[in-house]
Design a protein around this ligand. Structure first.
Ligand code: ADP
Length: 492
């Protein structure tokens, strides 16, 4: 049966994207619509959005008054299509200028901005008569939607709505003081400060918006099954483990999907030669194109690549070690990445300078969408040695492009890459190499097997490439999973 889903999110690709959350909101919304469900998305109207990706932007609700503290804030609600998705953008007219700040995040009043947005989204549903079956919220920024719905809006007309909340990143939780409660109308401090509601588990003077979402939502997901386990039982939950355990019956991991339209080696406009699992030769031509583009020597050797943010989360010491180790083992190495931190960039610039005359190595420090596509197509091996990785997209892209991933067995990497030698899956279900310990020996144990296989058993290497290309990491499965979750909470 067809459902009506309202996404409430701080980001959606490509109009307002900071990271993977934005991709999920777009990809999942599209998949749900393909399956015949009605989807709408509520976002803030940011001044810094990519307006060129919005079609037909127009005012639909000029006067949405949102109760706020002792008064109310007038908002204008805009409507527009973003890549076919129906989006409502909320523009508050208040002196704080919540979303006109030239950036998406990083302001001192983050918890107030986002609590306002959460409240405004519900007020919009209430006043516009929209009654979705499920409201799907994303990360702590929209964490207050579920508490507000069930404590206030349920009694005002939104009595049948259900909430699914997805945690993309456990590190940020919206830990703040009581003014958020006063402003949003959650007036009984003692009640909300209780540890079984919004009270932070570690700081008795604070409330925790991410925790509030876990407590109040009808279902809570994170972005891979392995990360769901890690969040409960390891430090990767950043303190939310106990509350997730209390609510374990409504918590689970759903792997993110990959946008199979954007990442498709048969049609990718950024690569010179197209290919697929049945005819993989185009990939070898792309490898030569990659070498030409990066001035790498044309030789009989595998290309090992790293693509990603240069963030400590990604295991940067292992990235660097992998570079030297790959060269030592007779492979070529390509890196594409950047960091907002100058120190980290400078470190990789030093390595780049050191490697300046090496015809087997290229570091590209910066963000380059087009080059990323060519690297996924042209490389033989992609290395992802992350310390933690909630889901991870690069290994899924690599698989789709017939590039064999070498990954640390953590988070979504562990759910998507299955070791050629050690996995308990049947042979055709194995698609790469994994290692457990985040140290040099661990990385070498996997990378050496990958490079060795390329040189010594090219037929087996090719089989592994083709296996990877046959996996389905599109939104197909995750989409079905979310439909099941929505359906389940709707009938509870
Ligand atoms: P995270 O969300 O932690 O950054 P993911 O693996 O989930 O990591 O997603 C990373 C995405 O960003 C991939 O699509 C990858 O290709 C892209 N990406 C990361 N760094 C760069 C870069 N320097 N240039 C181009 N694309 C990049």
């Amino acid at each position: 049966m067809s459902m009506y889903i309202m996404m409430v999110a701080p980001e959606m690709a490509p109009v307002a994207k900071v990271g993977g959350l934005g991709d999920v909101v777009l990809g999942l919304s599209r998949e749900l619509e393909i399956r015949g469900h009605a989807v709408e998305v509520v976002l803030p109207l940011y001044d810094c959005m990519r307006y060129d990706h919005i079609w037909g932007l127009q005012v639909t609700h000029p006067d949405l008054w949102v109760p706020w503290g002792a008064g109310a804030v007038r908002c204008t609600v805009w409507f527009g299509f973003v890549h076919g998705r129906k989006c409502f953008f909320i523009e508050p007219h208040s002196p704080e200028n919540f979303f006109n700040r030239g950036g998406y995040y990083g302001f001192p009043d983050e918890h107030i901005r986002w609590s306002f947005f959460s409240k405004a989204a519900l007020e919009f549903l209430l006043q516009s008569g929209k009654r979705p079956d499920v409201i799907h919220t994303h990360d702590w920024q929209t964490g207050l939607v579920a508490p507000l719905l069930f404590e206030i809006y349920k009694h005002q007309g939104l009595e049948r709505q259900r909430v699914c909340h997805t945690i993309h990143n456990f590190k940020h939780q919206g830990i703040c003081g009581p003014n958020v409660l006063d402003l949003t109308g959650l007036k009984r401090h003692d009640y909300y400060y209780s540890r079984d509601r919004l009270g932070d588990d570690y700081d008795p003077t604070a409330i925790n918006l991410a925790k509030g979402a876990v407590v109040y939502a009808n279902f809570v997901t994170t972005v891979s099954p392995r990360h769901a386990w890690e969040a409960r039982f390891t430090e990767q939950g950043h303190g939310l483990g106990p509350v997730l355990t209390t609510h374990q019956a409504k918590f689970g991991g759903v792997l993110n999907g990959l946008d199979y339209e954007m990442w498709n080696p048969q049609t990718d406009p950024h690569i010179p030669h197209h290919y697929d699992a049945a005819a993989v030769d185009g990939k070898f031509a792309d490898k030569e194109a990659l070498r030409e583009r990066l001035w790498l020597r044309k030789d009989y050797s595998p290309i090992v690549a790293y693509v990603g943010r240069l963030d400590p989360q990604k295991g940067l010491d292992l990235v660097r070690h992998g570079l030297y180790y790959a060269l030592e083992r007779g492979a070529q190495f390509v890196l594409l990445g950047s960091s907002p931190e100058q120190g980290i960039n400078a470190h990789f610039w030093d390595i780049k300078r050191q490697m300046n005359d090496n015809p087997d190595c290229h570091l590209e420090i910066g963000y380059d969408e087009e080059l990323a596509h060519l690297i996924y197509a042209g490389a033989d091996i992609l290395m992802v040695p992350s310390l933690f990785e909630p889901c991870g997209l690069t290994q899924m892209i690599a698989l789709r492009y017939g590039t064999v991933p070498v990954v640390r067995e953590v988070g979504g990497l562990a759910d998507t890459v299955f070791d050629k030698d050690h996995s308990d899956r049947p042979r055709e279900g194995r698609n790469g190499f994994t290692f457990r310990d985040p140290d040099h020996a661990g990385l070498e144990s996997a990378l050496s097997r990958a490079i060795g296989l390329w040189y010594d058993y090219p037929d087996q290497f090719r089989e592994l490439m083709e296996n990877g290309m046959h996996f389905d990491y599109s939104w197909n499965w995750p989409g079905q999973n979310y439909v099941n979750i929505y359906d389940y909470i709707r009938h509870k």
